[in-house]
Write a new protein. Structure first.
Length: 682
């Protein structure tokens, strides 16, 4: 029997291993997966247990430590795997914050964990400087900008605190390999266009969740024309683009980057040396010729110009030419954060601002990505050039990027920043306007007193921008799949885990149902809410009739980006309290997905199914609908069947394999229960 497999979403890309090769993301995950069946090749959609090379946490290290100790753990599994940095609230000298910082430092010392105190720098920069995030390894962090590591060919992806505690205690956690999007870059950037312009443009021109919850691989001839610092900036902001990772290849440019650091800028740690660099040359990984990608995006770098993001949204990108002509006055400018505060960024800003003064009424804040970066910037005079122009220095760290410390935006103010996020209220008042741009544009704007470009400092206008040349394709693949009854199972099923999961589909026909809609915020911080009460208020803010229309054993099916919003775990546990073990959606918010598995709630992404139901119920205003369609997930075959009440087959869909390692977490009641079980074995 043959059928068409659509391979562009998680859960839909699980063709048999022999039928296709692996992309670079899958190959790195293969290296860091443990407990795989013999001969198993991993692909998008598969659930795997990963043992990352390193796991970083920052100011949230103490909450992670508290959870770690609450699990009954007393000693980290592998002290060399764990890194703690203090970077977010480094300007806060309150007794409470200093006590937290002391707790983290003392815990790290007791455990023998690598620790970097406040002022050393932003954790992501430290991970790269110190050689933790290294080409072709898998490094995670309990921070959303761990995507940054992809700039040096390290697969970096974020985890939540429960995952971090699990890694501390057992060395491992779980991951579902996401769909992988190939972003092909062709040609070369015009003069004056930077890596920041590339990612700001991408966020603006592909702003309909095209890469939401995807892993991204940057390919194409244009990659070799991008410096490693540009790659780090682009990878960093794939987070804002909605992706789970942003991976650049290991090429001659990257190898030369490391060789230069060894020869001219001695590395602070021997992890980076001629031997380790040569090893990545000798053991280079790259995608197979027949690797499958969920989507293929192409952008002509030569068609780009300087772009600015905002206000207050990364999905809005406007050419600098257009904004400059609007004469938008600014109050504050920022050269800070893990995105654009490396040495090349500071030097680029210094080259623009040298010999000028920050405009009257404008505050220009600067903080290096690390103390090492600041020392290097001071050594070449770039740091002093910026200070001489009137900039206000801040300690190496996050600060205003995340709305902490000095220099926050006030009501009615306008700011332009070289950071990564300009969400409303993030950098201060919700009644302020925040724009994002390259270090060069930020420095020029600080002098001009308005959003503008470096050309204007010489009395020239910002050139008109060409039309961006881009394309997007969603490929499909044909694959032969034997589906005879009684076929030998390809997936081992553990004792205590069901071989199949069945139930009637309950349609919640909306996109972006957020965690407050699933579990109202007024209950979130009430610690005495009973399981029965949680079941009653489940989905209350979405539909007050949800409880009366549903029953235990039903399966929720919803639209796209289900579970977006806050990280409250109750959004998952209230569904479990309602007696539902599975949620199906077009796509999920990443944090909701992780919280679901961590609490033993299963999820499946099947966009074709929600689209079929939307066709059936087109025009209906009912929020919660009993569809009369029944889903069966055959875990042994990694296959989903949907039939109507008459038994007519509506969908026959391959999904990702639910391996024994993931099943074990579910059987144990979630990740915390699994960790406790593992600690009991030890």
């Amino acid at each position: 029997m043959t059928r068409l497999l659509r391979l562009h979403y998680r859960g839909l890309a699980s063709t048999p291993a022999l039928s296709r090769g692996q992309n670079l993301t899958e190959k790195i995950v293969q290296k860091y997966s443990i407990g795989l069946p013999h001969g198993k090749e991993v692909h998008s959609g598969d659930y795997v247990t990963i043992k990352p090379a390193h796991c970083m946490s920052h100011d949230n290290s103490w909450p992670v430590a508290t959870k770690f100790m609450g699990l009954g753990a007393t000693k980290v599994k592998d002290r060399k795997q764990i890194v703690c940095t203090l970077d977010h609230d480094v300007q806060n000298k309150s007794d409470k914050n200093l006590e937290k910082y002391a707790n983290i430092q003392n815990f790290a010392k007791e455990q023998g964990i690598d620790f970097y105190p406040a002022g050393r720098g932003i954790g992501h920069q430290i991970m790269i400087e110190e050689g933790y995030a290294f080409p072709l390894n898998l490094t995670v962090a309990s921070d959303s900008h761990s995507n940054t590591y992809g700039g040096v060919g390290s697969l970096g992806t974020p985890i939540v605190r429960t995952d971090a505690a699990s890694i501390w205690a057992t060395g491992q956690t779980w991951w579902q390999i996401p769909p992988v999007a190939k972003v092909e870059l062709i040609n070369e950037l015009p003069k004056g266009v930077t890596g920041k312009d590339v990612i700001v443009a991408l966020c603006g021109i592909f702003n309909n969740d095209e890469v939401l919850n995807h892993a991204i691989e940057f390919t194409g001839e244009g990659v070799k024309n991008l410096s490693v610092d540009y790659r780090l900036t682009i990878a960093n902001m794939t987070t804002e683009w909605g992706a789970l990772s942003g991976l650049f290849p290991v090429d001659d440019v990257l190898v030369e980057f490391y060789n230069q650091r060894i020869e001219k800028l001695p590395q602070p740690h021997p992890r980076v040396n001629s031997k380790t660099v040569q090893a990545i040359v000798d053991n280079k990984l790259e995608s197979d010729a027949d690797a499958v990608y969920a989507k293929h995006l192409v952008v002509d770098l030569a068609s780009l110009s300087p772009y600015v993001s905002g206000p207050n949204s990364v999905k809005v990108s406007t050419s600098l030419h257009e904004l400059s002509n609007q004469n938008i006055a600014i109050n504050k400018a920022y050269l800070v954060s893990c995105t654009n505060s490396r040495l090349s960024d500071i030097k680029a800003a210094a080259d623009i601002i040298k010999g000028h003064k920050v405009a009257e009424g404008v505050e220009f804040y600067v903080a290096a990505a690390s103390s090492n970066v600041q020392k290097d910037a001071e050594a070449i005079g770039a740091w002093q050039d910026i200070i001489n122009a009137g900039a206000i220095p801040l300690p190496a760290g996050c600060g205003p990027c995340i709305g902490l410390g000095a220099g926050l935006l006030k009501d009615g103010e306008v700011g332009i920043s070289a950071t990564n996020r300009n969400f409303k209220g993030r950098m201060g008042s919700k009644d302020a306007l925040a724009y994002l741009a390259s270090p060069e544009v930020v420095a020029a704007s600080a002098v001009l007193g308005k959003i503008g470009g470096p050309e204007e400092l010489q009395g020239k206008p910002v050139p008109a921008n060409p039309e961006i040349v881009k394309s997007l394709t969603i490929p499909s693949e044909e694959a032969e799949i034997v589906e005879e009854e009684g076929e030998a199972s390809g997936v081992e099923v553990l004792a205590g885990f069901p071989k199949s999961i069945e139930g009637e589909l309950i349609l919640c026909n909306a996109d972006n149902i957020n965690t407050d809609g699933i579990y109202p915020g007024k209950y979130t911080y009430q610690d005495d809410v009973s399981k029965e009460r949680m079941a009653e208020v489940c989905m209350e803010n979405y539909d007050s009739e949800f409880h009366s229309k549903t029953k235990a054993g039903d399966i929720i099916i919803s639209g796209f980006n289900f579970g977006t919003g806050s990280s409250r775990e109750q959004a998952a546990t209230c569904i479990l309290a309602r007696g539902m073990k599975l949620v199906v959606a077009g796509s999920f918010g990443n944090i909701f997905s992780r919280n679901s598995i961590n609490n033993a709630l299963l999820t499946l992404e099947i966009p074709d199914l929600i689209n079929k139901l939307r066709e059936k119920y087109h025009g209906s205003s009912e929020l919660t609908i009993r569809t009369g369609w029944f889903l069966k997930w055959d875990v042994t075959k990694a296959q989903v069947y949907v039939a109507d009440s008459e038994g007519n087959l509506i969908l026959n869909q391959k999904v990702g394999e639910l391996g024994a390692n993931l099943q074990d977490i579910i059987v144990k009641g979630g990740l915390e229960g699994w960790v406790k079980s593992e600690l009991g074995k030890q």
